[in-house]
Design a protein around this ligand. Structure first.
Ligand SMILES: [Zn+2]
Ligand SMILES: [Zn+2]
Length: 252
């Protein structure tokens, strides 16, 4: 076997092993959930079935306060303006954006339990909160969609958190979850890049695979500079969407 063949085989084995560990962990968690009452994921006290936080921890989740950008929802330091610097100086690909809270405190821990521990109950709970926020912030939407990954990215990350959330949100809102976009090439992780590099990294990385008119809700876990939302929004609009609303669990 060639060196590249050995590397491919070992990376396949390590991916298979990490997926198997994930499945076993999910299975054990499922059995534990049947045997024991659920506990608050932040402080460990028992909570009612279907809940993931106790009342005190739910109340302590950090909220964004003060003035916010009317386009992207980011916090503003100056109450005399209504657009952030980015929305004031760039053409955005989406029309409106909202999030449940800042990437801090309890939200950060919930995100880790959902994304890295892959706890379904947390995803379902977050989906419920996102659906409430969507109804409050955006009104009528025709469907919910997600940020796509390439097949390789999906395999190496063991799933697509954006799609999982979009499914929970759609179910709670009673509208379809549709795959409207595809990713044309793999990209570098956005968290490692500057704002300028993020935009270049994602340029033309998404294309429409299905057209949809009306207002579409794009759901993701985290919004930072909004470069992903911009690129997805542009591709959705090329596909016929009249309005793209972006909803994320947190805003960094
Ligand atoms: Zn608690
Ligand atoms: Zn803004």
């Amino acid at each position: 076997m060639t060196t590249s063949g050995v590397t491919r085989t070992s990376s396949f084995v390590s991916r298979w092993f990490s997926r198997a560990v994930c499945r076993v962990r999910e299975g054990l968690r499922g059995i534990a959930a049947l045997l024991y009452p659920p506990q608050c994921v932040l402080c460990g006290v028992p909570v009612p079935w279907g809940e993931v936080l106790c009342a005190a921890c739910a109340k302590s989740l950090p909220q964004r306060e003060g003035p916010s950008c009317r386009h992207c929802g980011d916090s503003l330091d100056d109450a005399r303006v209504d657009l952030c610097l980015r929305c004031g100086t760039h053409v955005r690909g989406f029309d409106r954006a909202a999030s449940l809270g800042p990437y801090d405190g309890g939200w950060k821990m919930l995100m880790a339990r959902f994304k890295f521990e892959r706890e379904k109950a947390v995803g379902r709970w977050l989906g419920g909160r996102l659906a409430e926020a969507a109804a409050e912030s955006f009104g009528d939407i025709v469907c919910v969609t997600h940020v796509p990954m390439t097949r390789g990215e999906y395999r190496s990350r063991g799933g697509n958190p954006s799609r999982e959330l979009a499914r929970w949100v759609a179910r709670r809102l009673g509208v379809p979850e549709r795959t409207l976009l595809a990713k044309t090439r793999p990209t570098r992780p956005q968290r490692t890049l500057s704002a300028r590099e993020r935009a270049v990294n994602l340029r033309d990385a998404f294309r429409g695979v299905r057209s949809e008119t009306g207002t579409v809700l794009l759901v993701d876990d985290l919004l930072t500079t909004g470069a992903t939302a911009d690129e997805c929004g542009r591709a959705l609009k090329r596909g016929g969407c009249n309005e793209v609303c972006v909803l994320t669990v947190v805003r960094a």
